[in-house]
Design a binder for this molecule. Structure first.
Ligand SMILES: Cc1cc2nc3c(=O)[nH]c(=O)nc-3n(C[C@H](O)[C@H](O)[C@H](O)COP(=O)(O)O)c2cc1C
Length: 202
C-alpha cells in the first residue's frame, strides 16, 4: 500500500496519453475522492463535467487550442507549422474532467465578499489528481484553455466559473518527462519559513 509521500512523489503531469480508456470503477473512485474534499462550510460548490465521448473530446481539442506563444511550445503535443499560429494542449487524454464551481453555491467572506469557490474546487481537483495517481492513472492539470469557447461548446451555465481541466488516462510507454517542468523543485528554504522571514535570525 503506497503512502501519501510516495503518491505525491510519483505524480507528474502526463502530456502523452495511451489510447486506452479509463476503467469506470477507477473514474468513480477519482470522483469519489473529490466528493470527500473539504469545502468552506461544506457548501460543495464544485461542479464537474466528465467528458469521454469522441464528440466531446473533439470539443476539448477545439478549446484547448490557443494562440501561439513561444513559451508554451515545449508543452504542446502539436504545434501548427509553418505559421505557428496555434498550439494544441490536448495530449490525447481519453477522459477530461472540467472542474468548475457555482458562484451562487459558494461561501462568501463577509469582509471581502470573495467567494471560496476557486479554492474549494482546487482542493477537489487536487484530491482527484492524487487518487488518480494512487490508481496508476496519469493526469494533467490544465489551466491554459479558451474559457469562452469551452463555455459555448459545453453549454456551461452562466453562474459556473472554470477552475481547470483535469486530464486522466494512462501514460504512453514512450513518453518522456519534461525535466525543466517536472523533474525538480526549489529547496524548502526558498519557499518555507520558520517563525520569521529573516532566516538569519531563525
Ligand atoms: C494551476 C496549474 C495550471 C497548469 N496549467 C497547465 C496547462 O495549461 N498546460 C499544461 O500542460 N500543464 C499545466 N500545468 C502543469 C504544470 O506545468 C506542472 O504541474 C508543473 O510544471 C510541475 O510539473 P509536474 O506536475 O510534472 O510535477 C498546470 C499546473 C497547475 C498547478
Amino acid at each position: 500500500m503506497p503512502d501519501f509521500m510516495d503518491i505525491s512523489r510519483r505524480r507528474h503531469t502526463v502530456r502523452s496519453y495511451a489510447q486506452r480508456p479509463v476503467e469506470p470503477e477507477k473514474l468513480a473512485a477519482v470522483l469519489e475522492a473529490g466528493r470527500w474534499a473539504p469545502t468552506a462550510v461544506n457548501a460543495q460548490p464544485q461542479r464537474i463535467l466528465v467528458l469521454d465521448t469522441p464528440k466531446n473530446l473533439e470539443k476539448v481539442r477545439e478549446f484547448c487550442t490557443f494562440g501561439w506563444q513561444k513559451k508554451y511550445v515545449d508543452l504542446a503535443c502539436e504545434s501548427d507549422t509553418p505559421g505557428h499560429d496555434h498550439i494544441v494542449l490536448y495530449y490525447g487524454a481519453p477522459t477530461v474532467l472540467v472542474v468548475c464551481y457555482d458562484r451562487e453555491a459558494c461561501w462568501r467572506h463577509p469582509q471581502t465578499g470573495e467567494t471560496s469557490g476557486a479554492t474549494d474546487a482546487t482542493i477537489v481537483a487536487t484530491h482527484m489528481m492524487m487518487e488518480a495517481t494512487s490508481l496508476g492513472l496519469g493526469s494533467a492539470w490544465i489551466s491554459y484553455f479558451d474559457h469562452d469557447k469551452a463555455r459555448e461548446l459545453l453549454e456551461i451555465p452562466k453562474s459556473w466559473e472554470f477552475v481547470c481541466m483535469l486530464y486522466l488516462g494512462y501514460e504512453t510507454e514512450d513518453a518522456t518527462m519534461n525535466q525543466h517542468l517536472s523533474g525538480s523543485r526549489r529547496p524548502l528554504d526558498e519557499t518555507c519559513f520558520f517563525n520569521t522571514l529573516d532566516q538569519e535570525r531563525a
